[in-house]
Design a protein around this ligand. Sequence first.
Ligand SMILES: [Zn+2]
Length: 275
Amino acid sequence: MTLGFGASRDVHGWAARLIVGLLVIVPASSAAQTINLARSTIVDLTHPLNARTLYWPTAPSRFKLEQLAYGPTPGGWFYSAYAFSAPEHGGTHLDAPIHFSAKGATADRVPLQQLVASAVVIDVSARAASNPDYLLTVADITAFERTHGRIAPGSIVLLRTGWSTRWPDAKAYLGDDTPGDASKLRFPSFGPDAATLLVRERRVAALGVDVASIDYGRSTDFRVHRIAAEANVPGLENLTSLDRVPATGALVIALPMKIEGGSGGPVRVIAIIPR
Ligand SMILES: [Zn+2]
């Protein structure tokens, strides 16, 4: 029995197939990567959604869970149900390309091949620890590639700043906790030159980061968002546990709520790591 993952081939020439517990990732240009689910660790890279979930300071509301039912029914069985609501861009979430590009894909139309792909993790946590304005540089990528090889087209690039340990303390995580004011935020992220290299030359599938934005906190022009969106590259923000994902070799699955016409939305992100 074979279950296909969307189309068998995408624009980057990748194919992914799930074969009864074996996930076979086949980059067009090199040998197949087989992940045996029985011999893999699955790591959750997602913060829970709850009353403490962080949103952009200007968001009009937060995650809300309203209890509709909880307890024994007249028939004698237990029953619970809730209604939830939230802005798209908070907690661990997807930025669909249309978030910063009028012609970009909406949340429901981001190709699955860009959300299920091999991942690389670039670790700048040591540098970010001493500089909350740290921006990933081209030199960081070059150094990463010297050790781990060239980043393959269609990869999901995850940037580890170490900031997820500050979650959900708004002041520590965002740099400022003034309600309604996003002008004093401070946290590290991708730099525009590095993003240009990743998006235009390496042709990566998505950019992910363990801070609130793929642009750093002090950004006022959101250049990384614009560079990525223009190339239909989605973002994954507010990730966690990137310290548990190796620099190469993991498969990431990042499936957002399928909000038709949406600019993003909550996403459950996991990494499958061969043992
Ligand atoms: Zn966002």
